[in-house]
Design a protein around this ligand. Structure first.
Ligand SMILES: [Zn+2]
Length: 463
């Protein structure tokens, strides 16, 4: 029997679509992804189903929205066993499955390892551990700059491929690259120098503080940045995107050297974007604006997919699993909420797509302690949104509504809910029918998160 294509699923954590030159960013941040788009398919309007890491990955892995898979619903951050994620499906169909992640959010104690025969959580490996190759990494970081173990992530994948690549059995690799997460200025010097736009007289101490952990003081209006200072932050972020692109390019070259490139289905996306001075918000919580939801999505597999296509239709990351099942010809009666994107034409795909954000209880407990005197009650709500090509309605669990005319106001700055009550009513009714159609939510079993995980989450800026 002919070997099925390998699958290489790459998530660039926190990467907004509009910072990729493959999507029109004016500086050459993503030459490797541009080349990949020429050899495959680029989805111009792809959207995450949630604005932060655990629920968005759960949607990507299961093809369902949070109200079904249960992650980030009612304070649950665990991927319930009732879900059937992609890794499990592929493993059951004879794939060798491997996950590698520097991040704590998708830890095995939260159930995200389901279906992976090997699941490498790099954040658990102490720096001094021989496997970490610490002397080599320390030397590289000292000379070249910090990179959140991105270079090491590639080393780990190459080692796994050297030991597991087979001419007869396909592989599935999932990787999450973290280099674009705050702190944005911690990127290799070469990329920082190339993209940094620094003007004389700028308060570097303040801007690096913002980049490091100043996002919450900024949201609490205890720290302000000028437009020029934000441009500097944005330029570091662009450098981080370029650095990830270079590491993806390295892996693509490795697959070519291995003779595996032609028959590997490469899927590249992001779990969410980042607020970089918009809406007086920082990082990637508390909202469902396109700064967080509009993500890149590219697919390539020269052996089976068309080349050089740009798909303009509205698509969701919940579509990735159904698409892979069809392309790989896997028999599965999976109940997903996405749709297959085959045959990758100009059709609209979805009239509406959705996204959800649970009430951020973990942040609300700690933010008032850290920033006394500031009122965070505006963030105390869950959110759901429905989006068409032209409008977006965001509904809060407190009854609030925001309606945006995306053609006249792509930055989502003017709430038109009072002026366009008929549009709001139509979208509200579609949103409520969609939600009613989802059925019961899978409930994750509560597992105690160990102390090292909580510590690592705090280091990332979550409380
Ligand atoms: Zn993330």
């Amino acid at each position: 029997m002919k070997k099925r294509p390998n699958v290489f699923l790459i998530v660039m954590d926190c990467v907004r679509f509009d910072y990729l030159s493959a999507y029109g960013y004016p500086r050459p941040t993503t030459p490797h992804l541009e080349r990949l788009a020429n050899e495959g398919i680029l989805f111009e309007n792809a959207f995450a189903a949630a604005p932060w890491t655990p629920p968005s990955h759960a949607s990507l892995f299961t093809g369902t929205y949070p109200s079904r898979h249960g992650v980030d619903v009612n304070e649950n951050l665990f991927l319930s066993q009732q879900n059937r994620p992609l890794a499990e499906i592929l493993s059951d169909h004879g794939y060798r499955t491997f996950g590698v992640l520097p991040d704590v959010h998708l830890s095995n104690v939260r159930g995200f390892h389901k279906g992976f025969q090997e699941y490498k959580e790099l954040w658990r490996i102490p720096h001094w551990y021989p496997e970490y190759d610490w002397l080599n990494c320390l030397a590289w970081n000292t000379v070249c700059g910090r990179d959140r173990r991105t270079r090491y992530t590639n080393t780990v994948m190459r080692r796994w491929l050297q030991a597991n690549y087979s001419e007869t059995e396909p592989f599935f690799i999932f990787v999450n690259y973290k280099a674009a997460h705050n702190a944005y200025h911690h990127i290799p010097w070469r990329f920082r120098r190339k993209f940094e736009t620094k003007v004389p007289g700028i308060d570097m101490k303040k801007v690096t503080y913002y980049s490091d952990k100043g996002g919450y003081p900024y949201m609490a209006r205890q720290l302000e940045l000028t437009a020029e200072e934000f441009r500097l932050v944005q330029s570091w972020y662009a450098g981080a995107v370029a650095y990830i692109d270079s590491r993806i390019g390295e892996m693509i070259q490795y697959l070519k050297d291995l003779g595996a490139y032609e028959n590997t289905l490469i899927v590249i996306t992001a779990d969410h974007g980042e607020n970089l001075g918009e809406h007086h918000l920082a990082y990637h919580l508390f909202c469902l604006y396109d700064t967080l939801l509009h993500v890149p999505l590219l697919m390539s597999c020269p052996a089976v997919l068309p080349r050089g296509r740009r798909v303009p239709g509205l698509v969701s990351l919940t579509d990735v699993v159904p698409t892979l099942l069809e392309v790989l010809e896997l028999e599965e009666s999976l109940d997903t909420q996405g749709t297959s994107l085959v045959p990758f034409t100009g059709r609209p795909y979805h009239e509406h797509i959705f996204a959800e954000f649970g009430r951020p209880h973990y942040m609300l407990k700690r933010l008032p302690e850290r920033f006394p005197g500031h009122d965070f009650s505006a963030f105390d709500k869950g959110l759901q949104c429905i989006r068409s090509k032209t409008h977006k309605l965001i509904v809060g669990s407190d009854g609030s509504e925001e309606l945006y005319d995306l053609q006249a106001d792509p930055g989502e700055t003017l709430n038109r809910s009072q002026e366009l009550p008929e549009v709001a009513a139509h979208l509200r009714s579609e949103l409520s029918s969609w939600h009613a159609s989802i059925g019961p939510t899978f409930v994750g079993q509560r597992v105690e998160e160990d102390e090292s995980l909580v510590k690592a989450l705090r280091a990332l800026g979550y409380f």
